[in-house]
Ligand binder design. Sequence first.
Ligand SMILES: O=C(O)[C@@H](O)[C@H](O)[C@H](O)C(=O)CO
Length: 468
Amino acid sequence: MQNFMDENFLLKNETAVRLYHDYAKQMPIIDYHCHLSPKEIYENKTFKNITEAWLYGDHYKWRLMRANGVQEEFITGSANDYDKFMAWAKTVPMTIGNPLYNWTHLELQRFFGIYDLLDEESAPEIWEKVNAQLNSEGFGARDFITKSNVKVVCTTDDPVDSLEYHLKLKEDSSFAVKVLPSFRPDKGLEINRDTFLPWVEKLQEVSGVSIHSYDDYLTALESRIMFFHSVGCLVSDHAIDQMLYADTTKEEAAVIFSEALKGNKVSLEDEKKFKTYTFKFLGKHYAELGWAMQLHINALRNTNSKMFKVLGPDTGWDSINDENIAKPLAKLLDLIEQESGLPKTIIYSLNPNDNNIIAAMIGNFQGGGVPGKIQFGTAWWFNDNKAGMIEQMKSLSNMGLFSRFIGMLTDSRSFLSYTRHEYFRRIVCALIAEWVENGEVPNNIEFLGKIVQGISYQNANEYFGFEL
Ligand SMILES: O=C(O)[C@@H](O)[C@H](O)[C@H](O)C(=O)CO
């Protein structure tokens, strides 16, 4: 029986052990999609206690605490930080089988040198030990990033954002890590949401373009793309909760936009047309600038209306959508490919039933001399666990090139989440080692080690052009 989370955690045979310890472990991290605050990075935010670092924004933990019967007061409510930590500590033993059980202990091990199991009994001492470290030198936001050997962080940013802190970080030679914005124009595409018109107002203000027409709108969007590019942006990101497509023309999209500008809701068919044409426009500009375009498809967000009113988005009330994606996705990719050529594109679906659809789809649009140009994105959110990662990687390897996979990201709001890359790398090494043990893959450790280092780091460096 294997010891609990020792140095060979998840590594079931000698090949896996060698691949992880001799090849994967030392590779730097490129976190090309996360929700960290550039302000907190710039200010090297410190954390008064482990509750602030762990529980203030992590809806993954919040969901498990709720499932464990913890009252909301001890999750996002008015309880004090110690009581919230105790509520999480009581929940942790109940999370066995969930990745948070392992992530929690990995974070205690890697950042605080604590190898005890976290539970109600050990919590008081762990609270003291961790907080003593958090309140000492070297435990700020920047320190967690540099200690994790992170070379690039791509945050998620609204096109109307000033990028004030990215600009400040760019000028700060004391911090060698690249902190780059990602262009996430969701509010500018969701034409029927109440956020649309206020966002257009803000776009008008920050771009200096008076927006009276769809042409003006596209001009303003382009100006923000160029601004983001000037700050170092190389990635865009789109939450496509429902994959939509409709044949359309710029003239049709312009009429639809004008209707929305008057404050009118548009039909679903017109929403499809507006989104299709605007995506075509965006994809063209992404391709021209060498950006990668991320599509995060099939999330079912804010399902609990009562709690959405209280807590807002990204607070643990989302789940997996089951909208069909194949045809509208293929049509959109084909439209952009025909018109301007697709940008580098990374496709994620929150529904693992879409794994084979995406793994097959990406093969339809590879080319341009770019290895892995169209990527099947790593197991996302509810799939960010051992089974979900293995299933995604098996689909990819069954139909595409696993060796060209750009690998893991944290997608997190916590500075302690970089151990997710270790968790992922261990799973990659175990999967390849299983193929070796089965005689499916030659036991050439140098060759396999090179592939592991590609998936862990080098592929992403080359793919995004970070030039590290
Ligand atoms: O980018 C998204 O829309 C999701 O990743 C969302 O931010 C979600 O709250 C999340 O962080 C899942 O890991």
